[in-house]
Design a protein around this ligand. Structure first.
Ligand SMILES: *[C@@H]1O[C@H](CO)[C@@H](O)[C@H](O)[C@H]1NC(C)=O
Ligand SMILES: *[C@@H]1O[C@H](CO)[C@@H](O)[C@H](O)[C@H]1NC(C)=O
Ligand SMILES: *[C@@H]1O[C@H](CO)[C@@H](O)[C@H](O)[C@H]1NC(C)=O
Ligand SMILES: *[C@@H]1O[C@H](CO)[C@@H](O)[C@H](O)[C@H]1NC(C)=O
Ligand SMILES: *[C@@H]1O[C@H](CO)[C@@H](O)[C@H](O)[C@H]1NC(C)=O
Ligand SMILES: *[C@@H]1O[C@H](CO)[C@@H](O)[C@H](O)[C@H]1NC(C)=O
Length: 876
């Protein structure tokens, strides 16, 4: 099998804000310190810990989300998928009474288990979990709680990390989905997107609710949320028609002594930048000019520019805690958001049964109330089984690049064109470059190599060290002035690539250089394997990075052969000349979408202890998550090049996620009565498997061969169902629906999970026939991690088109598997459903997953595709 659990590498697995840091080829100090923090957290979490610690304690019995108002406070499960128009009312008297009852039970459990005064309850969760968070003095207390008969689980609180502008065009919104909804000024109307993130900068122009051309936002009846006003930084008026609610949750991080008032702010105000960025991607107003360092990069718009934003600040500059995230989710569910966008995840891989941890179970309950949950897949790619998102009830989003690129060109006087790029691999397309003005035309500028630009008294031994241009002192300004300075660049522990580029730019600027070229000197295999990604920071100095080490040597050679030296090697005349051209103009020429190397890959484990792979496809799909322009907070400091700017361009599955949250808002606006699973299905079955050149979508470092530097066809474990097609998702034809009980049954069929565990976690009873498998869950994909002989899989499809349509299925068999679908053809009237049976017969083994698909083509133009992923265990 391909699936080996690799050790977590801090620089690759950290989910901090989903930033590109995860793939830069050097550990940044920030990441380093984060890894240390994670280690510290894990040590404290050890069973012998004597110090005070925070625990999340789940209690038996259903939370409010599955409570349907029966007077005796009994659990009643939802028999049908929750409809968008049939949302539970958590503000009813019965709901209040039930919530009070639950939190009273939490106090009771604590009183019965522990000495009073020896613990501090931090939160009671009652909407998406029947659980509480408590600070205990030692692990003995945790054990006492664990033995209470009503307690389901006791978990140490967990440290979590945070895991545009052209993208609406790339997703064809102006001509596709927006017109269907009467234009960007209506796209998202009536929808509330809950952002579980770092808060928001409410003063940002992207969140103004008054624009000359747009109608004012009206009152939203269904909305039950509120706004937490804090005079100093989140004053009255911070919430408006656009930002409809804002709260912060910090008791967990405060209990862990990791809250810093200087920059974390005890209010919904964004002290980081991440939450402002993601909010603007999902629902920022349309037509906002993006001006950075005085240059206009175009106009920005969110995907659902008319949707409202509800802010739940649950994560902070240095990370956040599960306890606060659960509190935010509890509140969002109570408030009645339509979509929740979550761009954060655990820094550690889930242990045990990922789908049964408290985070995933809480998401299940949120979904059961009619909320569509969109979650970042994680930035731990490209290796297999690196997902940070698990449940079949949530949409796990991977990141792709869009077709936009910027290029840096260094043109030598003998007309060689050296392209500064983010890719060290020769022949691979450029997708990352500095945004810089060109050297002033029409002048050619002399090149000077850093080692030749030092003061006379510099020791030869030091010259190489100084050639990285990190220190100003040894340079001779007279020599560098008005020349293009050429410096070396190499993997350099203890600093980030961004900081190193930044330093070199400062040095060159202080020396009045005409430009700066960074030459990649490293050619190690590990460097070649990782996409070199510098932050695409705008510089006012012409700056280029030549990542291809062959190109770098050629350029140096050009310099050396032209430069005249005396017998001692002292330079007599500089003769090598270059120019650099403007790279602030976007080019739209990449083959896209394409899965980014950092995007986390499937499959997921059903159980991480036994390494049994789940019969479930993750990620669900991909959306643009590379170099996304978005609103930036006044205090955003994460990317040094954007400090003080009002827009920043950053990357990560964090950025892909709010794209999908926006799309969900558009689909739900169009189809307000659809169930969460119908919307989920609509996005997946219509996702595109081809790029804009009509070729199979590629992945950087496909998970089937992650050590290759070449692009390769994306498998479903790289791309899920494909790249979101917004236009098509508005009108999917058929949908695959699931309800709460189906998800419960899925849990019941996970290997090693018994009915009691499921009952304790969900409050619901398993209702599965003997021999049922998790591959029976009615999701729009088929995944079988161990096919022995033959398996029959059932699916039910429903026609959501408003007319009858005849469908015929086309099968692409995975290698080594014979697939038969019955019936092969059917006609469904509007709202009719049909059961379809798919038999998969193993015919050959090759020890790895193989992939195929089923595509139902309708005679009214719909096309419904589901991926099929099978690993044959035994042919029989
Ligand atoms: C909080 O952050 C500020 C600014 O970085 C720092 O000076 C201060 O020491 C920090 N406080 C604590 C308690 O860590
Ligand atoms: C700097 O370079 C200039 C020009 O070659 C030279 O005259 C000067 O002595 C150098 N200064 C030092 C400190 O090396
Ligand atoms: C530095 O070297 C240059 C060229 O060899 C020479 O002209 C200059 O006088 C030297 N400067 C000092 C300060 O030694
Ligand atoms: C930069 O130079 C390249 C190569 O000469 C050329 O193709 C491109 O059009 C130039 N771009 C701009 C903005 O001048
Ligand atoms: C894309 O390719 C498929 C298969 O090669 C072909 O049938 C289809 O017509 C092409 N579509 C376009 C828009 O070129
Ligand atoms: C997206 O869907 C629309 C409508 O079904 C279709 O015309 C278009 O070709 C699709 N785009 C891609 C890239 O698959």
């Amino acid at each position: 099998m391909l699936l080996s659990k690799r050790p977590r590498r801090c620089n690759k697995s950290t989910f901090r804000m989903g930033f590109r840091e995860g793939v830069t080829f050097m550990n940044s100090l920030m990441l380093l310190s984060m890894c240390i923090m994670m280690l510290a957290a894990m040590v404290v979490a050890g069973p012998h810990a004597k110090s005070p610690a925070v625990y999340v304690v789940r209690v038996k019995g259903s939370p409010l989300s599955t409570f349907r108002g029966s007077p005796d406070l009994q659990f009643t499960s939802t028999a049908h998928p929750v409809q968008g128009t049939n949302r539970p009312d958590f503000s009813s008297e019965a709901a209040h009474a039930y919530a009070n009852h639950l939190s009273g039970r939490h106090d009771m459990v604590l009183e019965e288990s522990l000495k009073s005064g020896s613990f501090q309850k931090i939160y009671s969760y009652t909407t998406v979990l029947n659980a509480f968070t408590v600070k205990l003095t030692d692990h003995e207390q945790a054990k006492l709680l664990e033995s209470h008969p009503h307690v389901v689980s006791v978990e140490r609180d967990q440290l979590l990390q945070k895991s545009t502008t052209h993208t609406p065009q790339f997703l064809n919104l102006p001509k596709g989905a927006w017109p269907v909804l009467n234009g960007p000024e209506n796209a998202g109307e009536g929808m509330v997107i809950g952002m579980l993130d770092t808060g928001i900068d409410p003063a940002h122009v992207s969140f103004r609710d008054k624009k000359l051309w747009s109608k004012p936002y009206g009152h939203l009846n269904k909305w039950k949320g509120g706004c937490e006003v804090v005079e100093e930084n989140f004053p009255a008026g911070s919430c408006n028609g656009k930002v409809i609610g804002a709260k912060y949750f910090a008791r967990g991080i405060m209990a862990a002594d990791m809250f810093n008032e200087t920059y974390d702010f005890a209010s919904p105000f964004d002290g980081d930048g991440h939450g402002t960025h993601t909010s603007s991607i999902a629902a920022g107003s349309s037509g906002v000019p993006v001006v950075v360092k005085g240059y206009n990069y175009g106009t920005a718009s969110g995907i659902a520019p008319r949707a409202r934003i509800a802010v739940y600040k649950v994560i902070y500059r240095d990370g956040g805690f599960l306890s606060d995230v659960l509190a935010g989710l509890d509140q969002a569910t109570h408030d009645g958001v339509d979509v929740v966008s979550i761009s954060l995840g655990s820094t550690n891989s889930a242990s045990g049964v990922p789908c049964l941890n408290s985070f995933d179970v809480a998401l299940l309950f949120a979904v059961s109330t009619g909320i569509v949950v969109v979650h970042a897949a994680g930035n731990s790619g490209p290796y297999p089984s690196t997902m940070n998102s698990y449940g079949p009830w949530i949409i796990s989003v991977g990141a792709s690049i869009s077709d936009r690129t910027y290029e840096n060109h260094v043109i030598t006087r003998n007309n060689h064109d050296y392209i500064g790029t983010g890719s060290p691999v020769k022949g691979q397309e450029i997708e990352s470059a500095f945004r810089m003005p060109g050297t002033r035309p029409p002048i050619w500028y002399h090149l000077i190599y850093a080692e030749d630009a030092l003061n006379n008294d510099t020791e030869d031994l030091d010259a190489e060290f100084y050639s990285y241009c990190q220190n100003l002192a040894p340079f001779n300004a007279t020599l560098v002035r008005n020349k293009v300075l050429m410096c070396n660049f190499v993997e350099y522990s203890g600093n980030s690539a961004a900081a190193e580029f930044e330093n070199a730019v400062k040095v060159a600027t202080s020396l009045n250089a005409a430009g700066l070229i960074m030459l990649n000197k490293a050619s190690s295999l590990s460097m070649k394997l990782q996409r070199v990604s510098m932050d695409p920071v705008p510089y006012s100095l012409p700056t280029a990075f030549i990542p291809d080490s062959d190109g770098a040597s050629e350029l140096l050679n050009f310099y050396n052969t032209r430069t005249k030296r005396d017998s001692q090697g002292n330079i007599v005349r500089f003769k090598a000349r270059v120019k650099m051209n403007d790279s602030r103009q976007a080019l739209f020429k990449l083959e896209a979408p394409r899965v980014t190397s950092f995007s986390s890959r499937g499959p997921v484990y059903a159980n991480t202890i036994t390494s049994v792979v789940a019969d479930l496809l993750k990620p669900d799909l991909v959306a643009p998550g590379n170099e996304i322009w978005g609103a930036w907070a006044q205090n955003g400091i994460d990317v040094t090049g954007f400090v003080g700017e009002s827009f920043a361009m950053i990357s990560g599955t964090s950025m892909a996620t709010p794209h999908i949250a926006g799309v969900v808002a558009l689909v739900k606006q169009k189809h307000p009565t659809w169930s969460t699973s119908a919307i989920h299905s609509a996005l997946l079955t219509t996702a595109s498997t081809v790029d804009k050149w009509n070729k199979t979508i590629l992945a950087e470092q496909p998970s089937a061969s992650p050590t290759t530097t070449a692009l390769g066809p994306a498998s479903p474990f790289d791309v899920g169902s494909g790249a979101v097609n917004v236009t098509a998702s508005m009108d999917p034809g058929l949908v695959f629906e699931t309800d709460f009980q189906d998800y419960v049954n899925f849990l019941c069929t996970l290997p090693g999970v018994d009915a009691n565990t499921v009952q304790d976690s969900t409050g619901a009873t398993c209702n599965v026939v003997a021999g049922a498998r998790s591959s029976d869950l009615n999701v729009p994909s088929i995944t079988i991690a161990n096919l022995v002989g033959k398996r029959e899989v059932k699916r039910t499809v429903k026609n959501v088109f408003d007319g009858a349509e005849k469908y015929t299925v086309a099968v692409t068999e995975p290698t080594g598997v014979a697939v038969n679908v019955h019936p092969t053809s059917f006609t469904l009237r509007a709202s009719e459903s049909i059961a379809v049976s798919v038999s998969l017969q193993a015919t050959g083994t090759n020890g790895a997953f193989t992939f195929g698909s089923l595509v139902w083509t309708g005679d009214r133009g719909h096309s419904v595709r589901i991926p099929v992923s099978v690993l044959v265990g035994e042919v029989l």
